[in-house]
Design a protein around this ligand. Structure first.
Ligand code: AMP
Length: 114
């Protein structure tokens, strides 16, 4: 897949407000937050979209979710609640083609989304 702005963040070529990292996952604050807490969790091994994931990526996808939950617990967000979102392609609203999980928290989130 082609290089994206998120690959540059992983390589520390451009700045980001990094809030969480482990061997396989990096998380940083969204530049255009949609909630008081808006963090993006990305795999260091890039996949463009969820459509590109295979059985071999199942553990990695699970680790993205677990990293988001761990961060929410660390930040004291878990009990009040939060939302995770993974946008795929045009109708899903995906704009950066390095798969990422949004974690949104800190306000009551509406459902269904628009
Ligand atoms: P999506 O629309 O699901 O592809 O989400 C992409 C997200 O990346 C958007 O919420 C953007 O605000 C965010 N974003 C784009 N560039 C950056 C950046 N350099 N640092 C942090 N967040 C970014």
């Amino acid at each position: 897949m082609s290089d994206t702005i998120f690959s540059k963040i992983i390589r520390r070529e451009i700045p980001a407000d990094i809030v969480y990292e482990n061997d396989e996952v990096l998380a940083f604050r969204d530049l255009n937050p949609q909630a008081p807490v808006h963090v993006l969790f990305i795999p260091k091994r890039a996949l463009a979209t969820l459509n590109d994931a295979t059985e071999a990526d199942a553990t990695l996808l699970g680790k993205l979710l677990l990293a988001a939950a761990e961060y929410a617990k660390q930040q004291g967000l878990a009990e009040q609640g939060y939302r995770t979102v993974l946008n795929c392609n045009e109708d899903g609203g995906q704009t950066v083609f390095h798969l990422h999980l949004h974690l949104l928290a800190g306000r009551r989130l509406h459902w269904p989304p628009g």
